[in-house]
Design a protein around this ligand. Sequence first.
Ligand code: DC
Length: 229
Amino acid sequence: MKIIVAIDGFSSCGKSTLAKQLATELGYSYVDTGAMYRAVTLYFIRNQVDLFHPDQVLNALSNIAIEFKPSHGKPGQETYLNGENIEHEIRVNPRIASAVSDISALSDVRRFLVKQQQAYGNNKGIVMDGRDIGTVVFPQAELKLFITADSKVRAQRRLEELIEKGQSTTFEEVLANLEKRDYIDSHREDSPLMQAKDAIVLDNSCMTKEEQFDWVMKLINQKLAQANG
Ligand code: DC
């Protein structure tokens, strides 16, 4: 029997890297829900959707189709918006990073995406990461992880990622953006980022990716033994 692994936590604490590793190891599918909110944000920016006009928001959502396709030569997948590969743009465009938290606070946007996310989990065998996976999308998930790390450690990791992708930015800018996003994500009315009661907390500030992976795989093997027991 397959299980659902729900991974939530603050911005840039390595949720996606961990989720990808786990999905590869288990032969499960992987869904990065942050990419879905980023895709909606890109569409809204390009089409100048006014967030204060629900009719504009609903109309825009009705024109959005998001898909994931496997990346070539590396684990994980790439995000497509209405057939266009937007993977690079949603990761590096600073306008996306600054608008995504406000757009993902809209209930219409959340309803639209949560429905799709729940459909991905119909057959279990999925690792999904985001902010509300253990609380809203899959409250019945067999394993819920809540990942956290010191904000300065997270900012440094994110800065290195952006520089690798050719962006020029500073540690201070990255730190300010992620602290602002964490605040908005944790304080919004609809599905704020919070730890599910039955989530296991993992602070990875001082852990390597390998240590984190091994730690989580032990938990997963216990859950699988229980599910199949
Ligand atoms: O995981 P990420 O940094 O790519 O997510 C981008 C933003 O999307 C994040 O700041 C909040 C929002 N988000 C959300 O509200 N709910 C989710 N399940 C995933 C992301």
